[in-house]
Design a binder for this molecule. Structure first.
Ligand SMILES: Nc1ncnc2c1ncn2[C@@H]1O[C@H](COP(=O)(O)OP(=O)(O)OP(=O)(O)O)[C@@H](O)[C@H]1O
Length: 292
């Protein structure tokens, strides 16, 4: 248990519910990951609740990507347990693992689209991998996802090289949503976007969460995203989750890294001064304009 935090079960959300009343979509306990003698994550605990957008922050090199890759089983862990949607991968057989994989969507940092495939074909990659659908239905579904992420219909037949950075992110998000996942992982979704593009992308994420009931795990360095769309924030430091809570909890926290990140010079340019030290309800989604 983290000394900076209230007891896990005693914290309440904005509706007055205790953590124990909420539906945990992802639960990590005692997760340890090391490379040779270098320990990157040491007995890390984390919960993500259904329908929330969790922003995951931490200094460069703290292990944010390592944790996300470990959760997605792209990296092995040396200890601990991870349950996703109530299931522990280690106790599932291959068909059950595939079923669980279908409920997860991932947007990697650079979009990671296949350059030799069109946007529509990229979106259909997971459909071909996991489903057996007629071509016409897959086309219809791909077009639906394209509309859902706010791309024009003619983006379907474009190749990634013909898209802007913002369009690539949207296309990658459409692919992450291809199988109607419950939980999506976004690795720095707004990096490389201009402030307006980033703000629009944040709005899109919030809208999809509201309309599709998605749960979002978002690794980000983007303070604007943390202020505008994240319901809760987890800070990675000292090889574990150092602090977690609402944006107001972050603003009231005196842990040195958290303080300098959320109340430092860069933060002061976007955080109204009357927010600092204010520890009230979760109204972190109020309108904050990105630095132009
Ligand atoms: N495959 C690997 N082999 C060895 N070390 C690794 C490997 N992957 C990550 N690391 C190390 O783990 C540490 C955490 O890396 P990670 O990429 O998770 O940081 P991060 O918090 O995502 O940083 P950033 O914000 O800069 O992306 C770093 O010291 C990195 O060098």
């Amino acid at each position: 248990m983290n000394a900076l935090q209230p007891e896990r079960d005693d914290r309440q959300d904005e509706h007055g519910r205790n953590d124990r009343d909420r539906d945990v979509v992802l639960s990590a306990r005692g997760v340890t990951v090391s490379f040779g003698s270098k320990v990157v994550l040491d007995k890390l605990d984390l919960d993500i609740y259904r329908g929330e957008i969790l922003g995951f922050v931490g200094a460069s090199g703290a292990g944010k990507s390592v944790l996300m890759r470990t959760v997605l089983r792209l990296l092995p862990r040396q200890g601990g347990m991870i349950k996703i949607l109530g299931e522990d991968y280690d106790s599932l057989d291959e068909p059950e693992r595939n079923k669980l994989d279908m409920r997860l969507g991932v947007l990697f940092q650079q979009g990671a689209l296949f350059s030799s495939l069109t946007v529509k074909e990229n979106i259909q990659v997971p459909m071909r991998e996991y489903l057996d659908l007629p071509a016409a239905l897959m086309d219809e579904l791909a077009h639906l996802k394209i509309r859902m992420v706010g791309l024009a219909a003619d983006a379907a037949d474009k190749y990634p090289s013909e898209l802007s950075g913002g369009m690539i992110k949207r296309a990658a998000l459409a692919r992450a949503l291809a199988l109607d996942p419950d939980l999506v992982f976004l690795d720095e979704p707004t990096s490389g976007l201009d402030p307006i593009g980033a703000a629009e992308f944040d709005e899109l994420i919030a809208k999809l969460r509201d309309t599709l009931g998605l749960t979002v795990y978002m690794v980000t360095h983007d303070l604007d995203s943390l202020f505008s769309v994240c319901d809760r924030i987890a800070v990675l430091g000292q090889k574990r989750v150092l602090v977690e809570g609402t944006i107001d909890d972050m603003l009231a926290c005196d842990e040195p890294w958290v303080k300098s990140y959320f109340r430092g010079k860069r933060a002061r340019s976007i955080v109204p001064t009357d927010r600092v030290g204010h520890k009230a309800g979760n109204d972190g989604a109020a309108a904050y304009s990105r630095e132009k």
